[in-house]
Design a protein around this ligand. Sequence first.
Ligand SMILES: [Zn+2]
Length: 593
Amino acid sequence: MVQKKLFTIEFVAQILLKRGLISKEQYREIILKGDIQKAKLQKSQEPLSSRRFQPYIVLPAEVISSFNIEIPGKESAILTDDAITEAIAAEVKLPYVKIDPLKLKLDVVTGIPRPFALRHLIVPIEEKDGVVTIAVADPFNLDAIESLKHTKEMKIRLVLSSKNDILKIVREFFGFRASVAAAEAEMPTGTELGNLEQYFKLKEHGEIEATDQHIVTAVEFLLNYAFDQRASDIHVEPKREKSFVRLRIDGVLHYIHTIPKSIHPPLVSRIKMLSRMDIAEKRRPQDGRIKTNYKGKEIELRVSSIPVAFGEKIVIRIFDPEVLLQDLDQLGFYPREYQLYNAFIRRPNGIILVTGPTGSGKTTTLYSSLKTLSSPEVNIVSIEEPIEMVIEEFNQIGIQPAIGVTFATILKNILRQDPDIIMVGEIRDKETAENAVQSALTGHLVLSTLHTNDAPSSIIRLLDLGIPSFLISSTVIGIMAQRLVRKICPHCKKERMLYDEEMEHLQIVKKPIKVSYGEGCIECRGTGYRGRTAIFEVMELSDKVRPVLSDEIKLSTLYDIAKADGMINLRQAAIRKMLEGITTYDEVVAMTG
Ligand SMILES: [Zn+2]
C-alpha cells in the first residue's frame, strides 16, 4: 500500500518535472497559478441545483491539464489528464488503467453506492478469484480505500485511473445500464417475451410506459454515449431473446449493449415519441427527427423504424453539423485539388459532379460547398432524397417518388423560383440528367452526384444516360471522385517498414518505406483508427479534354487524357496519405481496390 502523502499540485508538478513532461518554466507557472486555476475549476463544477449532494473533488491532474501545456521537445503534444495520471501511477508504483466500459460488468461497478463512488472518485472495475480491482483517482485517499475493504470482504488490488474516466463509468453504469435494469425489475414477474403469445399476455398486465423514468433516463444516456463516442448511427435491433444496441463509429459497427427483450418495446416507444412518430403504428416503417443538444451545439437525429421478425428495429442517424458542414479546406484536400475544385464552384454556371459509392462523404462535400457559396445575395435550392440535415440558408426540397415528385420534376419546376445555385441529390436517370443540362445552359450552377467509381467513368455514364458529348462538353465544368479513409489512432500509432509484396501491389518504387498503423487501444476500441479524412480525384474538363470528347469515346482514352492533364487518381491520393502517416496500407487497398 502506498504511503499517505499530500496529493497536491506541487507534488504532481514535481513528478512531471522529474519525468521531463514539463519544463522548469512551466513548473513555475503551475506553482504560481495552480491555486487560482483550481478555484476556477472548483467553481465551474459546483452543483447547479441542490439535487447533487456536493461538488466533486478537483484533483491536481485536472488542474495541470487545464493549462494545456505543450510537452517539451514534442511538437504540439499536449499534456493530457491521462498522461499526467499515468506519470503519477508510475511514481507511486500503481498500475495505470485506462478504463474500457465495454469490459466492465454492471453488478461489479454498481457494487458500491453511487454517492460514495462520486465523492471519493473510486470505482470497482473487476472481481476475479476473490480479488476486487478498484480504480482510484487519488492514490492517497486511504480512508475511502480502508472503508471499502470492510464492506467488500475481498482482497483489494488498487489501480490508478483519471478522474474523467471514473466519472464517465459511474455516470454510464448508474445511468443507461442501471436504468435498463431498474425498468426490467418493474416488469411483471415470470414474463418472457420470446414469443407473441406471451407478449399479448404481458400487455394485459400492463406494459412499461415509454414515459417511465428509467426508460427516459436510459434513452438520454444512450444518446449521450453515442455522441461521446463520435458515432454516426445507433442501431437498436430486436432478436429472438435479446435486443442489441450497436454504434457505427468511423464506418464500422460496434456492439455496445445487450438489453433484455422486455425493455425493447418501451425503449423503442420512447425513441419514437421523441421523434414524433406514431407510437401505436408498429407494422409500417416510419421516419422522424429529433433535434437535441450536446455540449452546447445542436445535433440533428434522423430516426427510422422498420418492423423486423422480432419487433421494431430502430436506426438513428446522427448528423453532427461539425461533420456535415465543414470548411472546404478541412475535408482533406491537397493544394492542387483544392484549387481546382474551388475554381469549379466559383463559376457562374455549369455542372459539377461529385462521385463515389454510398458513404464516401459526397453529402458533406456538397453541403460544405453550398455553405461556402451561400450569401444573402444568392438563392440556393437543394433537391434531396431525403433531406439529410436542415440548413436554414438553403431552400431544401425533399423528393417523394411515391406521389411522382422526383428529382426531374422538381428540377423542371424549380427554375421558376429563380435559383442561382441548384444542388440535385443524385443524377440517376435520363430525365434528371437532361434537366440538369438544361439548367446549366440557362445560366445556373448545378451541383450533383453520380454513382460511379471514378471521375473519368462519369463521362461514360452521362453518355450512357443519353446526353450527347457536345452538351457534356458545354456544360460540365469538372468531376470529383472521392472516398473516406480512416485515420490512424494517434494514441496507439506505431511505425513499420512496407513489405516488398505491398510495394509491388501499390506499384511504388522499391526502396525502404516507413508507414504507420494503429496497434489498437481503448481510445479507438481496439480498431487502430480514429476519425476519417477524404481523398479526392479531380478531373477538369479543360481545353485539353474537351476537344477529344465524342459520343464514342472509350473509358481508357478518358483515363489517358485525364492523366496527361495532371489528374492524381484516388489510389495515388490514398498512397500519399499513407506515406504521410495519416492512414494505413490496409485502408489504401480497401478503399481504392
Ligand atoms: Zn488507438
